[in-house]
Design a protein around this ligand. Structure first.
Ligand SMILES: [Zn+2]
Length: 382
């Protein structure tokens, strides 16, 4: 009896844990006050300026998702990058008092990454006064670089939208498509044909463009390229995405890299985030395998094109993913929510200027430095 009592007291003192290591429902509130924070800046200055930039955004991909991929997918492509840093993703600046939020959405963080400014959740390429801010893609256009956007969601979804559209609210995808069609982007590939009525596609085609709906269609290298491969988002990777993220990315790069002034392309592995929202380890595993393949192909490309900078980061984490040991050698993947978290995300980089990404800094720093590289491009080309 005494022994049983001691066991009971021991388990009680363990709080939310049982002797099997299973986490029970937290009964105690863990709400604690926050403090204003500073937005840390980059500490290094670049030794070289890249001629071209491949910017990969893995939506909703934090340390938990990378850990899942490392243990569930085997070979870990991000290990091939030469430089790595850690990024804070909160939407507001640090001095906002009781209005401060630490958890961002893809629109605010997409705008931080594309433009180097903090804005509000839902903001697409606009500041807190809803005024348009200039994005790195628009800077690249000004420098006569070739530009591209690739996504496995609708191409008008928050992350790609933040690079080439300016609207007050992310759900305005028909308006975002209209702004895309009127922009100078050379290559747009992804899902979401339902937001492109015939007159918009014609508008794109009429400005030295072409439209494809199959990845293996004949492409005229001298014309701008719009490829929409599904009505809505593309299928998830574990359900047989076709075309694959890698196929779209390589088509975009082959279409852009003939430009003598260099190119800028943003490639989004959009659906890691949706695996987090769905609390589905299998969904995340499939998207991370797709990301692995994408990174391998892009870093192979970079080896042959050393003037290209490749950067991989995330807009935020999603699901609060944590990896535990399951039965035998299986993984027990746990989630703390079905929404984004404020956990830091990694940034990986290889190529000219990649060394600045060593360290800890705010996500706006990535936007600012890539814009600086693009603005310096002309000077570099001389
Ligand atoms: Zn999300």
């Amino acid at each position: 009896m005494k022994k049983i009592l001691y066991s009971f007291l021991f388990l009680s003192s363990m709080g939310c844990y049982t002797m099997y290591g299973l986490v029970l429902q937290q009964e105690k509130s863990n709400i604690i006050p926050s403090k204003p924070h500073v937005n840390y800046t980059l500490k290094k200055t670049p030794e070289e300026i890249p001629k071209s930039i491949i910017f990969i955004i893995a939506d909703g991909t934090g340390i938990g998702q990378y850990s899942l991929s490392y243990y569930a997918n085997g070979a870990f492509a991000p290990a091939r990058f030469h430089h790595i840093g850690l990024v804070a993703t909160h939407p507001n600046h640090g001095q906002c008092g009781t209005t401060c939020k630490r958890v961002t959405d893809s629109a605010a963080s997409g705008t931080a990454l594309s433009s180097g400014i903090k804005s509000y959740n839902g903001a697409i390429g606009v500041d807190t006064d809803t005024l348009a801010v200039k994005t790195m893609l628009e800077w690249a256009e000004e420098k006569n670089m070739a530009t591209g956007l690739v996504a496995t969601s609708t191409v008008t979804h928050a992350t790609p939208a933040s690079f080439a559209a300016h609207v007050e609210y992310r759900k305005l995808e028909a308006e975002i498509a209209r702004q895309f069609a009127g922009a100078e982007i050379e290559t747009i590939l992804g899902g979401g044909k339902k937001y492109w009525p015939e007159e918009l596609i014609n508008e794109f085609v009429n400005k030295n463009g072409q439209f494809i709906s199959r990845i293996d269609a004949d492409v005229d290298p001298s014309k701008r390229l719009l490829g929409l491969f599904s009505e809505d988002a593309l299928p998830a990777a574990h359900e047989g995405r076709n075309p694959s993220t890698t196929e779209m990315a390589m088509l975009a790069i082959n279409h852009l890299d003939e430009n003598p002034n260099g190119f800028f392309v943003m490639i989004e592995e959009s659906q890691v985030d949706w695996g987090g929202h769905a609390n589905s380890a299998e969904y995340i595993r499939g998207e991370m395998a797709s990301l692995n393949d994408l990174v391998n192909h892009l870093l192979d490309y970079q080896l042959l094109h050393p003037e290209v900078l490749v950067v991989l980061t995330a807009d935020h984490e999603c699901g609060g993913v944590v990896i535990h040991d399951g039965p035998d050698s299986d993984l027990d993947v746990r989630f703390t929510s079905d929404y984004h978290s404020a956990n830091f995300v990694p940034v990986f980089a290889t190529g000219p200027g990649a060394e600045v990404f060593d360290g800890f800094f705010d996500n706006t720093e990535i936007g600012k430095i890539l814009i600086n590289y693009i603005r310096a491009n002309e000077i570099n080309a001389r």
